[in-house]
Design a protein around this ligand. Sequence first.
Ligand SMILES: [Zn+2]
Length: 359
Amino acid sequence: MGDDPLLLGQRVVAILETGQRTATYKLAALRALIDHCVENLPAQSSDTLTVPIPDLAARVLDSYWPQIRPFEGRELRQMNGKKARIIDATRRLWVAAGQPRRSVDVVKLRAPDEYQRAIDDITMCLAQQPLYRLQRLPGADGEDAFLYDDSFLHDKVSRKVLEEHYFSIVLKPGVAHGLARLSGLLRPALEIMWVDDVRRMNKFLEDGVPDIAGHLFGRTRQALAAVREPFKDAFGPYCFYCQAGLPAGSPIDHVLPWSLVGIDGLANLVLACRRCNGDKSGSVPAVGLVHRVLDRDRQVLEAIADDIQWPVQHDRVVAAARGIYRGQPAGVPTWAGYRRIQRLDVAFPPGWPTSPEPG
Ligand SMILES: [Zn+2]
């Protein structure tokens, strides 16, 4: 089953569609799991993958970070019950760090103790709730564990037991490759479900609903504007893809598309014209484009990062690019520029994409 992504996808969708969720935690946990797989893809498609739960916790924290800011003056509920442990841990960190507008990566450097406390809290909660329940359909027993062995997890699992399992879950053979391949389908689906859940859990959103999706996942549209001027100064006011001169308010493009993997770091961002940005949309970029974006002067990016308090995430882009390309079938079309398609050649040089391109 691990080597059949379609079946894997169907089972994932089935667990998400069964019954009403009482919290968005399962969605956050699953998205974290998919992103982890893309960025840590094992060499062989049938390999298992050990996933540290604190790594998932960091990704989950990253997801909720922009979502805890008030929406029209109100805090959004992300669950029906009273104890919102993950949201509370996220909010505690946000308050302890002085309610910053900046990214959680910056807070991690500035308030490392508070950050670690949040990760610890979220790790425990993930193990006791969404990771324990993710694969359990109502009325079924533990036999349904198709993603990872969850027999040691339960709603009161202790730190000691987690320690004995190295605070990790182990994905079954083929699951990591399967989830990575399905990323482009599952991530947008998860966002739609997430938005639906938040609407349901916040009754005031039902009438005359404003753009709640933009609030939950809209970093792309709002905060990214901070990148525009520094990028124009550093790289010139030109489209990264076609070199056209850019008017004010031109788009900021994610080279590895947001729909495949949510990397907002400067290393994954470029200035683009509307024509290229619209044409590219959620396509997998051609390998050459990823080389070019990773080839930009890292010191320049670091300086911008310091200046606007924004992470670079160069290594994440490298790892995610490797994961995305390895997950594609050979010969798949990739986007090489406005209305230009290039077939993917999967024969990457060793160490790709960190090794320099010949010529
Ligand atoms: Zn362009």
